[in-house]
Design a binder for this molecule. Structure first.
Ligand code: MRU
Length: 368
């Protein structure tokens, strides 16, 4: 997608270094939407920190960054112990998005059988392949999502969509998951408007608003608590969100607050779509009850970050450090509230039958 009309991806190998010096550049998402800046990751520790501190975020992008993190760790030594330590360090950064563990398992399976001397180059190649596949899959999600949205748009004459958190190109390498069909609809000339929920406490909705503005897609930011009213009033034609992990039965873990939107959408008889690639589906996880939910630091609620009127970064404490705070970062939407899963292979019911129809090879336990 474009930033200031320049085609941009969220992560890229650093191109200005000597051939044997390796690094990756990421967009620092903790600075957005107030400032757009690149950050260089040159070590395993920096990659792990970027994921943990949410300089990179969003399930697919976390997975790609972890793959590059493994590659960064093998630049000097590529023995078994170094590889195992990289995978353990990155695997401990964030628990809910399964794309992280999927990418690490893939790196391990590719690199372990290789002689040490071949591992570093192979790691960069595999990380780049994961990134390229993510781009292609997100593009395909856009096309399949558009096929679902087009009849709605024809019926209504325009499309009022609602999303939660940021499942746009910033959360992936390019295109996004939930926002990919929205971009496809907009590019196809459909009159589309997006309700963007703020997504307290980390305010990922502001990233969504920034992205949509860069692409020229009409949108309105709302407080999270306004979603039920808009749905009940008939001001939303469909809700579309991403996912951090989809269990084998179709239950969906996504940013906290997703479940409330699904309940309100069901009550208002509005379709509720979940867009995600294969790397987000955890066939080993029987149901949402088994999905680990990340609990993040209480200061994410106690302290609000933004910028002052002069455009400088600023923070405001709204609760004393002594105030008890609960901060679960994700929730689980039971499959029965999900109208369809949109993947790179098409759309299907949120159920074990639906997911296996998309990925029949998972029936035999193949990793794909
Ligand atoms: O905590 P975050 O910002 O990493 O959470 C992101 C989400 O919950 C997204 O909706 C999800 O990862 C899908 S991203 C394509």
């Amino acid at each position: 997608m474009n930033v200031n009309n320049i085609p941009t991806r969220t992560i890229r190998p650093a191109s200005d270094l000597a051939a044997d010096a390796r690094a990756v550049d990421i967009i620092d998402q903790t600075a957005l939407p107030h400032a757009f800046r690149w950050l260089r990751l040159s070590s395993l520790a920096e990659a792990a920190h970027a994921i943990r501190s949410m300089q990179v975020r969003g399930a697919p992008l976390i997975g790609v960054t972890a793959a590059y993190g493994v590659a960064l760790s093998l630049v000097r030594h590529a023995d078994d112990a170094t590889l195992a330590q990289a995978i353990a360090t990155l695997g401990a950064t964030r628990p809910t998005a399964v794309n992280l563990h999927w990418a690490l398992a893939r790196m391990q399976a590719t690199l372990s059988p290789l002689p040490e001397a071949a591992r570093a180059a192979a790691a960069w190649q595999e990380a780049a392949a994961i990134a390229e596949e993510d781009v292609a899959q997100c593009r395909a999600i856009g096309a399949h999502g558009l096929a679902l949205l087009r009849p709605l748009a024809e019926m209504r004459g325009r499309l009022n969509l609602m999303t939660h958190c940021n499942a746009g190109w910033l959360a992936t390498v390019d295109h996004g998951t939930a926002l990919s069909p929205i971009y496809a609809a907009f590019d196809a000339g459909i009159d589309v408007h997006v309700w963007v929920s703020e997504t307290r406490p980390r305010n990922q909705g502001l990233l969504t608003a920034w992205e949509l503005a860069q692409h020229g897609v009409p949108h309105t930011v709302i407080a999270d608590n306004a979603a039920g009213l808009l749905l009940a009033r008939g001001e939303v034609d469909a809700v579309i969100v991403g996912a951090d992990r989809i269990a084998a039965n179709g239950d969906v873990a996504n940013k906290v607050g997703t479940y409330l939107k699904a309940l309100a959408a069901q009550a208002a008889d509005v379709p509720f779509y979940v867009a995600a690639p294969r790397s987000t589906i955890d066939f080993a996880c029987a149901s949402g009850a088994a999905i680990p939910i990340e609990e993040r630091a209480g200061d994410e609620l106690r302290v609000v970050h933004g910028c002052n009127e002069g455009g400088q970064p600023a923070s405001v404490r709204q609760l004393p450090a002594s105030e008890a705070v609960g901060n679960p970062a994700f929730d689980v939407t039971p499959a029965r509230y999900v109208s369809a899963i949109i993947s790179e292979r098409g759309s299907a019911a949120a159920s074990s039958e639906g997911l296996l129809a998309l990925y029949p090879e998972a029936r035999h336990g193949r990793a794909d």
